[in-house]
Design a protein around this ligand. Structure first.
Ligand code: KG4
Ligand code: ZN
Length: 342
């Protein structure tokens, strides 16, 4: 069978992404971000994100088609993120996708954003080995998934019970007077610091906490510990060793992320670990994941940075896999679900 030509739309947070794939090949990928409009607020403002999606949606659809050299009429299917994410932001993408599907008389596929973060890897490394474990870390999510079949069998092993990993980076960065988003700044500063300078807590890793939350994460206690450490020294008029704080905080985050991800692989017979989401760009996370996975005989798959952050390619890629698997399309009254489960 001919590889299906699928257009994917992503608008769950602050990126308006539209992409076109032909089977497992990415042929057009347009992304507009409203990140800069949110920067002065130190976090994503839903109203601003929705308006930015409205303005960017049609230009991004046009650009993706131009890049791919295809006309809308050539498409075999339309895929769109229908959750989880910001309710108003999701609505813009879903309305656009429904309009296209209706006007072109093509099947519509509602896509789970988290599963799409996994499915995107076919564009980078080809067909996914099964079963695999996925660690998704961004400003909005921190999830461990067990994937036995990307189209029909993805289960949630655990997630954060408070802040997302990227959110913790952003909050600690703010504490250290670094610009938003703070993840890349902490990453850079940490390279010059000593990760063993300060022993910050590893949430949900021992005793009853670990028993009850084997694959869950918690970063709010860590954030509070960093805040207390910094404030105590500031109050005493001491200089803050910013690089050491960044390195020690980062070590606490990536230690827990990689430890639980490797454990999940071992306990579920997964030979591959996929790491996705914006925080997958983190150098220390990549190094430690490589180190610990290699020691355990597990292969790490990390898509290139542009495919780790939110984009339309991940939606189109998963849509194409659903088409190829013969999955049932979604109805044209497809609803958004801001807290969609896996
Ligand atoms: O996936 P993403 O672009 O957007 C969503 O949150 O959905 O992820 C953004 C998050 C931000 O919290 C940012 O600080 C973090 O990813 N981030 C990083 C790095 N690059 C981005 N965190 C740690 N190290 C990095 N190099
Ligand atoms: Zn995401």
């Amino acid at each position: 069978a001919r590889a299906p030509l699928v257009l994917g739309i992503e608008s769950s947070c602050d990126e308006t992404g539209v992409a076109i794939v032909r089977g497992q090949e990415l042929i057009g990928n347009a992304v507009a971000s409203s990140l800069e409009e949110h920067a002065r607020f130190g976090g994503v403002i839903p109203e601003i994100a929705s308006r930015a999606h409205l303005e960017a949606m049609v230009p991004m659809i046009d650009e993706a088609c131009d890049q791919a050299g295809v006309a809308l009429a050539d498409l075999d299917a339309i895929a769109v993120t229908s959750g989880p994410g910001l309710a108003g932001a999701l609505l813009v993408g879903v309305a656009a996708a429904k309009s296209l599907a209706f006007a072109l008389d093509k099947p519509l596929y509602g896509i789970n954003h988290l599963v799409a973060h996994v499915g995107v890897d076919v564009l980078e490394h080809g067909t996914l080995p099964m079963p695999m474990v996925a660690l998704l870390v961004s400003g909005g999510h921190t999830n461990l998934l067990l994937v036995r079949d990307i189209c029909s069998d993805v289960v949630s092993l655990g997630q954060t019970i408070d802040d997302a990993a990227g959110e913790a980076y952003d909050k600690v960065a703010r504490l250290l007077d670094l610009p938003y988003p703070g993840g890349p700044h902490i990453d850079r500063l940490a390279a010059e610091g000593d990760p063993r300078a300060i022993r910050f807590p590893r949430g949900l890793t021992s005793g009853r906490d670990m028993q009850r939350h084997r694959y869950d994460f918690s970063f709010s206690g860590l954030k509070t510990a960093v805040a207390r450490w910094v404030e105590t020294r500031r109050a005493a008029g001491e200089e803050i060793p910013v690089a050491d704080v960044a390195a020690s905080f980062q070590e606490a985050v990536v230690d827990v992320l990689t430890r639980k991800a490797v454990l999940a692989c071992q306990e579920h017979g997964a030979t591959d670990l996929l790491v996705g989401g914006g925080v997958a760009a983190n150098k220390r996370l990549r190094t430690l994941a490589e180190e610990r996975c290699t020691a355990a005989g597990i292969t790490v798959r990390v898509p290139r940075p542009g495919l780790c952050t939110d984009n339309g390619a991940m939606v189109a890629a998963l849509g194409a896999q659903l088409v190829m698997a013969g999955a049932e399309p979604s109805p044209l009254d497809l609803a958004t679900d801001s807290s969609m489960p896996i």
